[in-house]
Design a protein around this ligand. Structure first.
Ligand SMILES: Cc1cc2nc3c(=O)[nH]c(=O)nc-3n(C[C@H](O)[C@H](O)[C@H](O)COP(=O)(O)O)c2cc1C
Length: 317
């Protein structure tokens, strides 16, 4: 065998030896990559790549009844990212169970249902319905405003975050991931509160609260005034929060916020995440989740890592 062929065979052997499996709250994913809620739909994303290639897919937030979302304009570009004020528009749990979920049947991937609510009762009503469904995990988006408490977000107050976690855990028949908002002073206080309340895992970050003004018109760009900031520009904030939360809790962490390439995945794993999600990157390149997976595999081979644990262990601070 000449040198090149021997080298190629070596790479192939390394490729065969890669073990990307991760276990998140007792659920085994074939690799550590999922989609970020709101940036994936079975029908649209499935037209661009084989959904079975991902460790898991996370679906758009679903509420008890349909939500209309916010008025337009509700998307704005900004440096290194975007603002959205979609406002969790969704067709409600009936449509989710009858239309979205059947589109995911037959794919060899785990399904994470992202749950939205305006009250504890609304979150629980959705969880009850999902208990009897084929979803593998629940992701509770606690960035939603609590209408019974004057509209303040569940996720900005440790006591409220704990209350919603306890209520959901009391009835959930699937592992519960609590998705944290970064719009807080001390993310570790919220993370500890939800861990103590029984959360099986944490995902972070949701979008950062932002705004844009059209200086020529002297008007706000988004009809809702503010929107959620996401994309590559938020990655350093997300990474810092994953790092802090890893040192505050023991439960698994799904890290997200601006992930755009294979090495971004490694950065989040090194910061303390056990898996990651790809969001805004898929809005500019629909195949981003699987492209990033391939880049991550190439990075692992190049670095001589065989497992996700090897990547995490290589972090020396
Ligand atoms: C258009 C859009 C819709 C989103 N919808 C949801 C949602 O329904 N539920 C949720 O928990 N997060 C939602 N998010 C937040 C993302 O899941 C993710 O937490 C955030 O965008 C940061 O990751 P990224 O920078 O990779 O996009 C949405 C984000 C975008 C851009």
């Amino acid at each position: 065998m000449n040198g090149n062929r021997a080298a190629a065979a070596g790479v192939q052997q390394a490729a065969k030896a890669l073990d990307l499996r991760v276990s998140i709250a007792g659920v085994e994913w074939k690799n550590p990559i999922t989609t970020a809620s709101g940036t994936f739909s079975a029908r649209e994303s499935g037209a661009f790549y084989d959904i079975s290639r991902l460790g898991a897919v996370t679906t758009k937030g679903v509420a008890e009844v349909p939500w209309a979302g916010n008025p337009s304009p509700r998307i704005a570009e900004t440096y290194g990212g975007m603002l959205n004020s979609v406002g969790l528009q969704n067709p409600g749990i009936d449509a989710y169970l009858n239309e979205e979920l059947p589109c995911l049947a037959g794919f060899d991937t785990k399904v994470i249902a992202n749950v939205a609510g305006h009250s504890i009762e609304e979150y629980c009503a959705v969880v009850e319905r999902l208990n009897e469904s084929s979803v593998d995990m629940l992701e509770i988006n606690i960035s939603c405003p609590n209408v019974k408490e004057g509209g303040i977000g569940f996720g900005v107050d440790p006591a409220q975050a704990a209350t919603v976690t306890k209520a959901v855990k009391a009835i959930a028949k699937k592992p519960v991931i609590i998705k944290l908002t970064p719009n807080v002073t001390d993310i570790t206080a919220i993370a500890k509160a939800v861990e103590d309340a029984g959360a099986d895992a944490i995902s972070l970050i949701n979008t950062l609260l932002g705004m844009r003004i059209d200086a020529r018109k002297g008007r706000l760009v988004l009809a809702n005034k503010t929107g959620g900031f996401s994309g590559p520009a938020v990655k350093p904030v997300a990474l810092r929060m994953v790092y802090q939360v890893r040192r505050a809790v023991k439960i698994p962490i799904i890290g997200l916020g601006g992930i755009s390439c294979g090495e971004d995945v490694a950065e989040f794993l090194m910061a303390g995440a056990d898996a990651v999600a790809v969001g805004t990157a898929a809005l500019t390149n629909p195949t981003a989740p699987v492209d990033i997976l391939e880049e991550f595999k190439a990075y692992m081979q190049e670095m001589g890592f065989a497992t996700v644990a090897d990547v995490k262990r290589a972090f020396r601070e």
